[in-house]
Design a protein around this ligand. Sequence first.
Ligand code: ATP
Ligand code: MG
Length: 255
Amino acid sequence: MHLLICKDLKVSVGTKIVVKDATFYVNENELVLLYGPNASGKTSLAMAILGHPKYKIVNGRIIFDGRDITNMSMEKRVKLGLTATFQFSPDLRGITLEELAFEIASRYGMSQDQMFKLIELLKLHELLKRDVNVGFSGGERKRVELFLTALQKPRFVIFDEPDSGVDPESLALIGRAISEMVKNGLKGGLIITHVGYLAKYINATRAYVMIDGTMICHGDADLISNHIFRYGFKMCIKRFKGEIYELEEWNKRKS
Ligand SMILES: Nc1ncnc2c1ncn2[C@@H]1O[C@H](COP(=O)(O)OP(=O)(O)OP(=O)(O)O)[C@@H](O)[C@H]1O
Ligand SMILES: [Mg+2]
């Protein structure tokens, strides 16, 4: 069953169209990768799905769990279990990670045992008494962002570049924390990535590629990932329209 469906999405910010044409789906119990060059519209797509008021849907539909959420407020979407980890998380002065974690956990009904398990998995002990993100390294921020999202026990997460700037050991921790989120009720996720490194630690099934605001191809996660690493985005630009066999044919001809 499709858990999230975006159909013919067009999104604007101010007067600029930032997503031109995005159609994709994520099935229940599926983790899907989203690739795309810088400024291709990936984060804007995530914001529109979350319902950020700046990102206006000018065409298309978003269906989550069988419900049309296209015009739903962000608060209601979050209540349905839809959330995101952000590419750039802010510094929060005046509140420690521990204080914020207890607050979120109690609001979303996460037990202390589950919370301590996540702290353990993500190796966050030394950060608990510090103000959130203040002076944290890039990799620490990514682990903290994942932790704070996991505490919400979400049903669906858009992970915006959880693997950027993260060393291999921390990647493994993030992979394990996502598996723990699945145990706590995560039913699906879209993982925005440039490198696909996290795919080693989680079971991503399919991948999409977005270029210049348009979702131009999709297919098996390994196939798409390998193709991008070997050849970049250049064949994708020729518009596969989801016809992944063409990509396979092209790979055969090339090898
Ligand atoms: N709030 C905004 N105001 C103005 N322009 C915006 C806004 N949000 C996005 N854009 C523009 O939309 C385009 C797509 O940006 P977006 O952040 O979605 O790209 P991205 O694919 O996530 O890139 P990256 O891989 O670098 O994170 C960019 O040209 C960006 O400057
Ligand atoms: Mg982005």
